[in-house]
Design a protein around this ligand. Sequence first.
Ligand SMILES: Nc1ncnc2c1ncn2[C@@H]1O[C@H](COP(=O)(O)OP(=O)(O)O)[C@@H](O)[C@H]1O
Ligand SMILES: [Mg+2]
Length: 363
Amino acid sequence: MIRRSTNPFTPTFGSMPYALAGRTELIDDVIGGLANRPGDPNRSTIFIGPRGSGKTVLLRTIAEEASAQGWVCVSVSARKGLHRELFDGIAQVAHHLLVSKPSTTITGVQVGPLGLQRELLLDEQQSDRFRLQAIVEDLNAQDIGLLVTIDELDPACEELIDFIDTYQHLVTEGRDVALLMAGLPSKVSTLLLDESVSFIRRAFQRRLDPINRYEVEEALFATITGNDKQIDQEALSFAAEATQGFAFAIQLVGYYLWRFGYGHDVITVDDAHAAVNYAKKEILNAIVEPSLRELTQRELEYLEAMALDDGPLATSVVAQRMGISMTNASNLRRRLIDRGLIAEVSYGVVDFVMPVMRDYLRR
Ligand SMILES: Nc1ncnc2c1ncn2[C@@H]1O[C@H](COP(=O)(O)OP(=O)(O)O)[C@@H](O)[C@H]1O
Ligand SMILES: [Mg+2]
């Protein structure tokens, strides 16, 4: 028999964590918007963050919460087949909803509401917009709202542009609908430039900032103790600090804490040091290197100039180091901020979003 020791941490993109760290404000704002009437600005929100900041998990968490409150929630990705995915998703979720309605006794697939749903969903002749309108009208008539989440925003996706247009009409008509989107900073900024979807410039833009240290500690602690293990307080603080509030790092550090703590009841400071070393290497492979590969030579040089310092740096200093004008330096800085690699910490002063990037560039 294989001996298994299941690791409760989930360092895999898109995996729901055992304990969610932080993000309560973002979640509460959207859920509050859903509870409010149609037109609430929180009902159209774009979440922006680099790879591994927790966008997919956030969309799923909010969709689960919204489902629990009676919303029909459908999740799609911004790629070819978006509408297909959307209608299949509605068919699936609305089926579930109608079956679970207390007033409806369902004994087989032919029963009333399902028949209605099939009739609506199978009419291929109607345009996607018309179909969606009909579905939303039908749901709204039963006092049910439709929440659509779109992950991996891609400005090159035509169906996305079409969908946003349809959504805009639904909002204008005062329908009970909501649209949550998530994407990388560079993709979102390109999308926002597209004139044909100027409507979504009015959507709330929310960044997935680093999660604060206490919330990270809480989540690590809850995951460890919730799975019958303990951790030394110093080890916990050290591990939480090392994640720098980066969602993927929380799972990765946690994963190795669990691995190195295998065989003893309490995870020690030594385990934590070993875990952090391993996690750093993995983050370089999974996040830092792929991000750097996408950069232009000039952008890379900007980061290299920044990496010479231990902390946040003024743009003027970088410009001087690179021997370029302030205007050029500001443009590079803007692009790197859009890519989610650096962030403005105070006026004109930027720092790395992922501190391991500095160590990496120095090497
Ligand atoms: N709030 C959170 N607390 C703890 N872990 C999280 C949180 N959000 C995401 N994660 C974890 O971080 C990793 C990346 O999350 P994901 O949602 O896939 O990021 P993104 O979609 O931004 O690339 C996953 O391993 C996931 O389990
Ligand atoms: Mg994702």
